[in-house]
Design a protein around this ligand. Structure first.
Ligand SMILES: Nc1ncnc2c1ncn2[C@@H]1O[C@H](COP(=O)(O)OP(=O)(O)OP(=O)(O)O)[C@@H](O)[C@H]1O
Ligand SMILES: [Mg+2]
Ligand SMILES: [Zn+2]
Length: 438
């Protein structure tokens, strides 16, 4: 992961000092050094210390020497002793003295700037029962989600609240997330193991490199890698360049991305949950009766047509988000994120038990064929409506599998062992029937 990186200054200097017999070779044999050197010999912080230290531990290393400002970050990695040093001369003196432990004991990280964040909550969303249900299902089963609706109906608002109902990350997952942020040069003060899944929402004008990864000089991870173990939200998705949308296909398939540049090829993790939002047509009004919309049928089809195929094929949940009506404004407030998050947690546990010993963890990852055959196959009585829709050509087999996956998640949220006919019926209504065909 580290290339064209200044963190090799310090190891080179230590190697030179060893060659000059200033340092005993045995003293530094099993140590990893990371850091940039200033001309006066002081050691400066570098990007990517966390992933480098992770690799060092995996390679069996037990001691690492890092710049003082990177120490807090390096100490997030379990199983390694971190020596924080400020100056090359201090390091060489420490090696000469033969001291077991050296460096700055526990440098206090720089003060964290106070960021005032307005907490968002699902309770803020008025009405939109179907979209709320879809959001909960997406969180529970890891299903990708597509929200379609006119401007101002709350699509962006809903998507932003997905992060509030997703389960916390495990410690291992958190460290993966922090490793990516470390590569991007986030300062140590901002790195903490907080367990919140990342929520990354690149703008539609963002470059291919910013979204997928790359860069003209050094290769950097893109938004899809920053969204690893979390959510990638593409708002106004038809406005993204087709080439960008196309290149999401491979990471969606494999959970990782290969970024190639003239001199280097880098593999980054990119297992993210995709959430997309769109208006039904370029003017945004062409929904339902489409009052006021003057877009031609051709323009409408072309607008959403850019999403079809590879991208939408992977999206189990496609729901319409209609404009908020006055009657729903008067209705009771929706459930809070905390209440929904508890149900999501329960559904995750049910899935963990069901798919234990298989390559899958979540219903969204299970191939349709597995759900149609063998152990997980549902009885004819349960699938009767689905079978009929398939026979009549109202549902493709792919659409059938999507409905089944969502049906399992509905059952998990309700605490049932397997989906009922009603669960599948509900899953069927959660598909977007007309505007984006399955
Ligand atoms: N269902 C809703 N409940 C509460 N407030 C809403 C709802 N829908 C819209 N709003 C209000 O309208 C604003 C715009 O909503 P939002 O940005 O989510 O709409 P949108 O569907 O993403 O629209 P656009 O297609 O223009 O991006 C919100 O900030 C909120 O104040
Ligand atoms: Mg929006
Ligand atoms: Zn229109």
């Amino acid at each position: 992961m580290l290339c064209q990186n200044r963190s090799f200054d310090l190891p080179i200097a230590v190697a030179v000092a060893t060659a000059l017999k200033l340092v005993e070779p045995d003293r530094v044999r099993d140590l990893v050094h990371l850091g940039e050197l200033a001309l006066d010999g002081s050691i400066r912080a570098v990007n990517g210390v966390l992933p480098a230290v992770l690799s060092a531990v995996r390679a069996g290393c037990r001691d690492v020497v890092v710049p003082v400002d990177n120490a807090a970050e390096a100490r997030l990695v379990p199983g390694i002793r971190v020596h924080a040093v400020a100056h090359l001369a201090d390091l060489i003196a420490a090696y000469a003295s033969g001291a077991e432990s050296f460096g700055v004991a526990d440098p206090t990280p720089p003060q964290r700037p106070t960021v005032v964040r307005v907490p968002v909550d699902l309770a803020d969303v008025v009405g939109q029962e179907e979209a709320r249900m879809a959001l909960e299902l997406a969180a529970a089963g890891g299903h990708h989600l597509f929200l379609l609706g006119p401007p101002g109906s709350g699509k962006t608002m809903l998507a932003e609240r997905l992060a509030t109902i997703l389960p916390r990350l495990s410690r291992e997952q958190s460290i993966d997330v922090l490793a990516v942020r470390s590569l991007l040069g986030v300062t140590a003060a901002e790195l903490s193991v907080e367990g919140a899944p990342p929520f990354v929402a690149p703008h539609h004008t963002a470059t291919q490199a910013a979204i997928i990864g790359g860069g003209s000089r050094a290769v950097k991870p893109g938004a899809i890698t920053q969204a690893h173990h979390g959510v990638l939200f593409l708002d106004e998705v038809p406005e993204f360049k087709s080439s960008v949308l196309q290149s999401l296909r491979q990471p969606l398939e494999s959970g990782q991305v290969v970024v190639s540049r003239a001199r280097s090829t880098v593999l980054y993790p990119a297992r993210f949950q995709l959430v997309m939002a769109a208006n039904p047509c370029p003017c945004g009004l062409g929904y339902g009766k489409g009052v006021g919309c003057s877009c031609t049928p051709l323009a409408k089809r072309a607008y959403l047509g850019r999403l079809s195929g590879p991208l939408l094929d992977r999206v189990d949940l496609r729901v319409q988000v209609p404009a908020v009506t006055r009657s729903s404004l008067a209705g009771t407030a929706g459930e809070s994120s905390a209440v929904v998050a508890t149900r999501v947690q329960g559904a995750r546990q049910a899935q963990a038990q069901r798919w234990a010993g298989t390559p899958w963890e979540l219903n969204s990852q299970v191939p349709g064929s597995t759900l149609r055959r063998g152990r997980w196959r549902l009885s004819r009585a349960v699938t009767t409506d689905l079978d009929r829709a398939l026979d009549r050509g109202q549902l493709t087999l792919r659409g059938y599998d999507r409905v089944a996956r969502v049906g399992w998640t509905i059952a998990d949220l309700a605490g049932r062992d397997a989906p009922t006919r009603d669960d599948l019926g509900q899953a069927l209504t959660l598909r977007n029937h007309d505007a984006v065909a399955a």
